[in-house]
Structures are given as structure tokens and as C-alpha cells.
Design a protein around this ligand. Structure first.
Ligand code: ZN
Length: 135
């Protein structure tokens, strides 16, 4: 059902500031920067082997992740697993009574994503994503 760890999301106050470390010190390269207006977030992708680091920066103070940044500061935000189909994956886990926070929706990088609440996953916000089969 799960294919690999697609990416690790890291919440940062400023992507340019964070790149001083991830690019400048660790030597990773940015493969793209994207804004997901509906989520109020700007995202920078930095591939590492088969996976990516996803730096998340709030677009403004209305952004849901802005509140998280205020409350908890920068740091690990979510862990994303790639699946063949996010929709099918959710159907599978719903049999165990585990429900996503939201319906499947279009996320960054043209993917279909859904999130599982940390209360259901032993403390980690889990993202399930797949190459948008319905798009
Ligand atoms: Zn993500």
C-alpha cells in the first residue's frame, strides 16, 4: 500500500533563511518552489535520493501553518508516504476506523493528498500522497 517516504515536511519561518542551511551547508538543491494558495503555504522541494525535504513557509498570518509556527516554532511538520492511490489507501485504513483530517485534495506538486491526525498516528502528522489519478 505504501511505496516509500515521499518527503519530510519542515515548517520554517522563511524559506530563504532555511536554504542557507539546507542548500548552503548540507549542499541540497531546490527542484522547485510552489505556492499552494488554498493552504496558505509556500513550499520549496529539495530532493534527497528517492525522497525530498519539503520546506513549508506560511504565505501570511491567515495561514493555518502560521499559527503552528507561532505556537511551536520551526521544526518537523509532517511525514509523507507515497501510495499508488490516496483514495484507495484511505478506503483501506478506514476499515480500521482511522479517518483523514480532510477529504482527499489537490496538494503541492500536482499530487492528491490527505492527512491523518497525530492523535491517530502516535504523534506525527502523516500525509498520504499519490500522483493525481483523478486530475
Ligand atoms: Zn507534504
Amino acid at each position: 500500500m505504501l511505496k516509500k517516504i515521499d518527503h519530510v515536511g519542515i515548517l520554517v519561518a522563511s524559506i530563504p533563511e532555511a536554504l542557507k542551511f539546507y542548500q548552503g551547508v548540507l549542499g541540497l538543491s531546490v527542484s522547485g518552489i510552489e505556492e499552494v494558495k488554498g493552504e496558505g503555504v509556500r513550499i520549496a522541494f529539495l530532493p534527497v535520493g528517492e525522497s525530498k525535504i519539503e520546506l513549508l513557509e506560511p504565505l501570511d498570518k491567515e495561514s493555518p501553518i502560521y499559527r503552528t509556527l507561532e505556537k511551536r516554532g520551526e521544526g518537523l511538520h509532517h511525514l509523507a508516504f507515497e501510495t499508488d492511490s490516496t483514495v484507495d489507501c484511505l478506503k483501506g485504513i478506514s476499515a480500521f476506523g482511522v479517518m483523514p483530517i480532510n477529504e482527499v485534495r489537490q496538494g503541492a506538486d500536482g499530487k492528491e493528498v490527505a492527512f491523518l491526525h497525530p492523535k491517530q498516528t502516535h504523534g506525527v502528522l502523516v500525509e498520504l500522497c499519490s500522483r493525481g489519478e483523478r486530475v
